[in-house]
Design a protein around this ligand. Structure first.
Ligand code: 13P
Length: 259
């Protein structure tokens, strides 16, 4: 049995998909399909340009508490001459409570390194957002038996020790790079092994934080594999990419996460 304070969490990461029309239809389908009692925390991370519209729709649908908003990215400063960037305080102002940080697509396609990710994480905490810190190994690293070493190195590089002393809002998503968008999923035991290592890494720094932190799995999560993942003692939720684009499929994932 998992501690009750680790409420299951399902996050939809739309990446660079969607449209205004899709947003409206998706939210209507999602809200109408959800039962009154929802013991799962659900977060939608659409492209940033749709955040304020999503907020307006959710206000109109008057059931806004059933889904929170998050951003897929934010910069490391609150304001300044950073053309094209969006600050964590702006994202907070849009009503978001979460932001992804260190996603492997940001690392690989946009060359974000640990130093920048660490600054983004720190700025997100300062703007009263919870960063969802993404970590994960490549196929080569797994084949070389370096998975846990890589995960702990990524955590140490971006999660400030000071933060771990001060603030229990820690959320980490384990997303093996080889499982993202490939249809390959880590087996529940492979994922649990890494989640245990993440919790032990946190516990070595702050036992309370480790106990309260929600650890998510991401990488080809579908309605058919989510239940077995969530049954693992250290998997508290999922970060969903392609399957989150279809409201019905995403709802099925949310329903499967009810304990
Ligand atoms: P997929 O679910 O499409 O594999 O994407 C996972 C992901 O990157 C979520 O952040």
């Amino acid at each position: 049995m998992k501690p009750v304070h680790r409420k299951p969490c399902v996050i939809a990461n739309w990446k660079m998909h969607g449209s205004r029309q899709m947003l409206e239809i998706w939210l209507k389908q999602y809200v109408s399909g959800l039962p009154e009692e929802n013991p799962v925390e659900v977060v939608l991370c659409p492209p940033a340009v749709y955040l304020s519209e999503a907020r307006l729709y959710l206000n109109q649908l008057a059931k806004k508490g059933r889904i929170q908003l998050g951003a897929q990215n934010s910069y490391a400063e609150m304001t300044g001459a950073f053309t094209g960037e969006i600050s964590p305080s702006m994202i907070r102002e849009m009503g978001c409570h979460y932001v992804l940080a260190g996603h492997s697509e940001r690392r690989q396609i946009f060359s974000e390194d640990d130093t920048l990710i660490a600054r983004k994480v720190w700025a997100a905490y300062h703007a009263d957002l919870t960063p969802i810190i993404c970590v994960g190994e490549t196929t080569e690293e797994r084949n070389q038996g370096k998975t846990l070493e890589v995960i702990c190195r990524q955590l140490a590089a971006v999660l400030p020790e000071e933060q771990l002393r001060l603030d229990p809002r820690v959320m980490v998503a384990y997303e093996p790079v080889w499982a993202i968008g490939t249809g390959l999923t880590a087996t529940p035991l492979q994922a649990e092994e890494v989640h245990v290592a993440i919790r032990e890494w946190l516990a070595a720094r702050n036992r309370k934080v480790a106990n309260e932190a929600r650890l998510l799995y991401g990488g080809s999560v579908k309605p058919g594999n989510v239940k077995a993942l969530l049954m693992q003692p250290n998997i508290d939720g999922v970060l969903v990419g392609s399957a989150s684009l279809n409201a019905q499929e995403f709802l099925s994932i949310c329903m499967a996460c009810r304990q």
